[in-house]
Design a protein around this ligand. Structure first.
Ligand code: PMP
Length: 410
């Protein structure tokens, strides 16, 4: 069972099992509890300090679990831009963008996002989840094939399912296996898409994109890149994975999010002008949903300005990553070289032990992600430590010390 799969305990074959809804829900919840996969929501308030200092269920902590890589999620300039635009006429879009909800701020943001990605055009979505699940089915249909990396995000997996295309999963970052599949399938499908992430959301490693560009060209396949975790972080100007690998202009379709390094919310698809035109005509998660608040677009525009003007944030992030890398190596858990390091995975194994370690770290004042199935395969539960430009040297060193203690004791 991987990423969003359901258990086999449900009645198959359609006969009614006679249970009430509350009994059914209770049974499902019990199954989750028994498997150590039961989740609750923590209450988190950001206390300022660039966003790294938080209160978790009333307890002060340093946040090493979020995707706020540049420390922009609490930036007052973004908050002001958002509020000032919203206070005028831009609070709610009032309609789908296809009807009456298309605001000049949406279009200006799309123009600047396309520029960031070196693309002709961009189209905004209310979330990365909506962008992937909406766009992939427009691009690939029943006669087509999608080659999808094993560790792709749930929203990509769902997008592939909705597309009804044949989806073939290849082992994580294994271009040899992908090449063999492309060769095997040479004349079998109408169109071929390869879907990968720039920086993997949980394992934190880079997909070898330059080599993929070459392979895809040789095999007449197109590339769909989810750059949720590369955008704003990697590449000389923070433009993301394509810039990092020197293949800007060679990626057919890029999806990127605004809720991570760019500190706000929403997502976009970047590519050709024709791609934008087709998507705004065909994508259900674009057409049948209210446009995102135009004020949010003003906030994202402020974030883009900060990204352009404050390169020190990426440098600070790099220094923090180097510090954490050294700390993890000293603990005997070195980061893989293919990880840029703002997402640092530390594989623990069993879900229960991972949760216990996470809880103990929080007792020491550090919130880290404890990732369990279905986000990772069973037995591969891991800590997901994320680094931000908002962290101080003391934060990083404090986490490394706490990790040393907790790992030894757990
Ligand atoms: N793709 C990837 C790789 C992600 O990590 C995420 C969010 N975790 C998404 C897509 C979805 O983005 P959003 O949070 O904007 O829905």
């Amino acid at each position: 069972m991987l990423r969003g799969e359901r258990g086999d305990e449900r009645t198959r074959g359609g006969e009614h099992d006679g249970a009430s809804l509350s009994d059914t829900l209770e049974r499902e919840l019990d199954l989750l509890r028994q498997a150590g996969l039961y989740r609750t929501l923590r209450r988190v308030e950001r206390r300022g300090g660039g966003g790294a200092e938080i209160r978790v269920d009333g307890q002060d902590a340093i946040d090493f679990s979020s995707n706020d890589y540049l420390g922009l999620a609490t930036d007052p300039r973004i908050a002001r831009a958002l509020a000032n635009a919203g206070a005028g006429t831009a609070t709610g879009a009032a309609a789908s963008r296809s009807i009456a909800g298309n605001h000049p701020l949406h279009e200006e943001l799309e123009r600047q996002l396309a520029e960031l990605k070196g693309a002709e055009a961009a189209l905004l979505f209310s979330s990365g989840f909506a962008a992937n699940t909406g766009t992939i089915p427009v691009l690939a249909q029943r006669e087509d094939v999608i080659y999808s990396d094993l560790l792709n995000h749930a929203s990509i997996i769902d997008g592939c399912r909705l597309s009804r295309a044949t989806t073939r999963t290849f082992p994580h970052c294994d271009l040899g296996a992908l090449a063999r599949m492309l060769t095997e399938d040479r004349d079998r499908y109408r169109r071929r898409w390869v879907v990968v992430e720039g920086v993997y959301s949980i394992d934190g490693d880079l997909f070898p994109l330059a080599a993929l560009v070459q392979l895809a060209q040789e095999h007449h396949a197109w590339i769909y890149l989810d750059d949720a975790h590369g955008t704003g972080v990697i590449g000389p100007s923070g433009a993301g994975a394509a810039e990092h690998w020197g293949v800007t202009g060679n990626i057919d379709v890029t999806m990127a999010t605004l809720g991570k390094a760019l500190g706000t919310a929403g997502a976009f698809i970047a590519g050709s002008q024709m791609l934008r035109e087709l998507l705004l005509n065909r994508t259900r998660s674009f057409i049948f949903t209210t446009g995102s608040p135009p004020g949010l677009a003003a906030g994202a525009l402020a974030a883009l300005r900060i990204l352009r003007e404050e390169s020190w944030r990426r440098h600070r992030l790099g220094e923090n990553v180097a510090r954490l890398r050294a700390g993890l190596a000293a603990l005997g858990h070195p980061l893989a070289p293919q990880c840029p390091g703002h997402i640092a995975p530390l594989v623990i194994g069993e879900a229960d032990r991972t949760i216990t370690i996470g809880r103990r770290l929080l007792e020491h004042g550090f919130l880290v992600g404890a990732v369990r199935p279905p986000s990772v395969p069973p037995g591969k539960s891991q800590l997901r430590i994320t680094v931000s430009a908002a962290h101080t040297t003391e934060h990083i060193e404090g986490l490394a010390d706490a990790l040393g203690e907790v790992l030894e004791a757990s």
